[in-house]
Design a binder for this molecule. Structure first.
Ligand code: MYR
Length: 186
């Protein structure tokens, strides 16, 4: 009988399972986008739905992120942005982002992704030129940040599916709700 072939260590096996999961996620997301395009007809409506889906995911994902990463409260928005770029993207997308293009106030920055697994296998037909395919990701960031008291506006400024040289998401902090200490000192 020939020897069994395949991954020899647990790590190798785990790595291949993760890759399959990532591909399944990418393909499933593509199927969802395609279905929304069929159902909603207007690309602008699809963009809104993808953002809303992402927002809903983000409001839940943040708990998992905080539990798994052991990150404690960040001192400011800059630290939060670094945590998302280095740990958040890595945990849920398998890649890291670069934080750049800060404004003078330290309230707007960009996340730049050179590699974006969400778009593997994707090509936009000419009829979908206004489609913001990755809106689920900007929605996730908006939803997650809202759960830690930061209201943001998140928009895409570069998109490789539209011929740009990278993916760039602009995150603008619009309101930071100070957290109230729940007990009174007597
Ligand atoms: C803090 O300031 O309290 C720490 C807040 C960290 C928020 C982290 C949000 C994680 C978002 C995951 C991003 C996933 C991108 C695909």
């Amino acid at each position: 009988m020939p020897p069994l072939t395949g991954p020899k260590s647990g790590d190798a096996l785990f790595g291949s399972v993760e890759r399959v999961n990532a591909e399944l996620f990418t393909l499933t997301y593509g199927a969802i986008v395609r279905q929304l395009l069929t159902d909603l007809e207007e690309v602008e409506e699809v963009n809104k739905q993808l953002d809303q889906m992402g927002y809903n995911i983000g409001t839940r994902l943040v708990d998992e992120f905080l539990a798994k990463s052991n990150v404690s409260r960040c001192v400011d928005f800059k630290e939060t942005a670094d945590v998302i770029a280095k740990l958040g993207f890595k945990m849920f997308l398998g890649v890291t982002a670069t934080v750049t293009n800060w404004d003078a106030e330290g309230t707007s920055c960009s996340f730049v992704l050179e590699d974006n697994p969400l778009v593997d296998f994707v090509e936009l037909p000419d009829t979908c030129q206004g489609l913001q395919y990755c809106n689920v990701l900007s929605g996730v960031i908006r939803g997650a940040l809202e759960m830690v008291s930061m209201k943001t506006e998140v928009t895409w400024v570069r998109d490789m599916l539209r011929g740009d040289d990278a993916y760039e998401m602009r995150v603008k902090l619009t309101k930071q709700v100070p957290e109230e200490y729940p007990y009174k000192d007597d």
